[in-house]
Every structure is written in C-alpha cells, then in structure tokens.
Design a binder for this molecule. Structure first.
Ligand code: MLT
Length: 269
C-alpha cells in the first residue's frame, strides 16, 4: 500500500503529513522528539476501510522545502491539539480515532478534552495521563540546557537508551540509528518548545473515568520511561479500556514491534 506525503496549507502555516489507505480515519500523533515518520510501519499496514494520517507536530521536521519555517517559542500541548483539529477540518475529517504515543498521547488527551465530538476512539500507546512531578520538571530544564549546548544530537544521545527497550538495544543497531536520524532531523526550536509544552502539561487523570469511546492502551513491557504498571492503572481508570502489552518492546513500541503493534491496532479498530 502506498504512503503519500503531503503538505496542508492551513490559514496560518503549513503542515506536512503522511497518509495511506481510505475510509474511516485514524490520526497518529508522534512521540517526542520524533516526527510523523515514526508511523511509517503502521502506514504500510493499514487495514481495509481505514485511512491513516500522521502529521508532524508543529515545528518538527520543519525544514522541508515547502514547509513554512516556524519558531515556536511557547507551545502548549493544547496548541498541538488545536493544530490537529485544524488539520482535520482542512482534510474534511469530522471525526477520527486518535492514536498517540507518549507525547502524542498527551496531545490525544488534550484533543479529547477540547473536542470529544471529533474523537471516535483512542489508541493510547506508551503514554501517561499524569503531569510531570517537580523532579521531572527540573529534569526537563536540564534537557533544555543540553539542547542549547549540544543541539538535537545531545538530546538523541541522552534519550536513545531510554527510548528503545533493553532487549533490542544490543540486537538492533539499525533501529537505534534510524531513531537517532529522526531526532536529529528536527530543528532545535521545535524540540525546545516541545520540552516546555510537556513540562507544563496538565494532569489528564480526571478525564479518564469520563471517556466514553473505545480505548486501547498499548504498551511495551520494557518501557524505561513509563512503567507498564502505570499504563495498566491508566487503562483500569478508563471504562471498558483494554491493555495490550507487547513483550520485549520498550517506549517506542510501534517501531520496536511494528507487527505486534499493528495487530493490536487492528484488533481495536
Ligand atoms: C515521548 O516519548 O514523547 C517522551 O518520552 C514524553 C516524555 O518525556 O514525557
């Protein structure tokens, strides 16, 4: 199945997105600090009757030839959600399943909070509903310092050991290199803005008991950033949600176990 890359010219800016298939829509929202390309394995396995759309969150991969340069100084998670709603309107998608991994999940919660009528279901992968702890917020500022000193390369070096699960760290050097390339392709402005947006995100826990759409929580049992138990507790707080744990996968479960992830998605659509 062909994956198309397109640029949507919205009133205030342009956004690159990847898409494949046709029918009912799933919008895939990427992790920090990756880009829409994170979803290529899923875009190559779209179930019949579905259209998968994966946008870059604002500023990410912002250096393409037809991409309007953006210097987002102060983004919020809610801003990213507004961007997705704007893209959905542009593409005539009135409602969609929203799938988000980690930061993409934070944006999915914001989108649900803001416009539940546009959300027909949720796939929450390797994400959490809680806000950052005080110590976590301090660590975010340390990450900004690292970014200022060493650019996206420094952030990649710091994050890669946590993004990929321990089992694959040694056996999949190509995967690690591919993720590193996704990270360093991003402008530092976009990375800085996202760190601060994540740091200041609200606690979405109060939303969980009121989510009345089909929800699947997918998690890697070797996730070093968000423990599986936390994902389990999140799933238990959402009425009717089910948890699918992928054995041997870490934080980037859709890249580490693309087939297992796609099968989990197919079961949930
Ligand atoms: C992500 O993968 O999006 C990040 O790990 C999110 C976070 O650091 O909270």
């Amino acid at each position: 199945m062909g994956v198309r890359s397109a640029v949507a010219h919205l009133p205030t800016r342009s956004v690159r997105y990847l898409e494949a298939g046709s029918g009912r829509s799933v919008i895939w929202l990427h992790a920090f600090p990756l880009s829409a390309d994170q979803w290529l394995p899923q875009l190559h396995r779209v179930p019949p009757g579905w259209r998968f759309i994966a946008p870059d969150l604002r500023g990410f991969r912002g250096s393409g030839p037809s991409f309007e340069a953006i210097t987002p100084d102060s983004m919020t998670i809610d801003d990213y959600a507004s961007d997705v709603l704007e893209l959905m309107a542009h593409l005539d998608v009135s409602e969609a399943v929203i799938g988000g991994l980690s930061m993409g999940g934070y944006v999915a919660f914001a989108l649900w909070h803001r416009a539940p009528e546009r959300v027909s279901g949720l796939v929450l992968a390797n994400t959490r509903a809680t806000a950052d702890s005080p110590a976590g917020r301090v660590a975010r500022e340390r990450m900004v310092d690292l970014l200022e000193r060493e650019g996206a390369e420094g952030v990649a070096r710091e994050m890669l050991p946590k993004l990929i699960g321990a089992s694959l760290q040694a056996s999949q050097p190509d995967l690690i290199e591919a993720v590193r390339e996704l990270i360093v392709a991003n402008p530092t402005d976009a990375i800085r803005a996202a760190i601060r947006a994540i740091k200041d995100r609200p606690d979405s826990t109060p939303l969980l008991p009121r989510i009345d759409r089909p929800v699947t929580v997918i998690h890697g049992d070797e996730d070093a950033i968000i423990p599986l138990d936390e994902a389990r507790a999140m799933a238990e707080a959402i009425p009717g949600a089910r948890l699918i744990a992928l054995a041997g996968a870490g934080h980037l479960s859709n890249l580490e176990d693309p087939l297992g992830f796609s099968l989990a998605v197919q079961k949930s659509l």
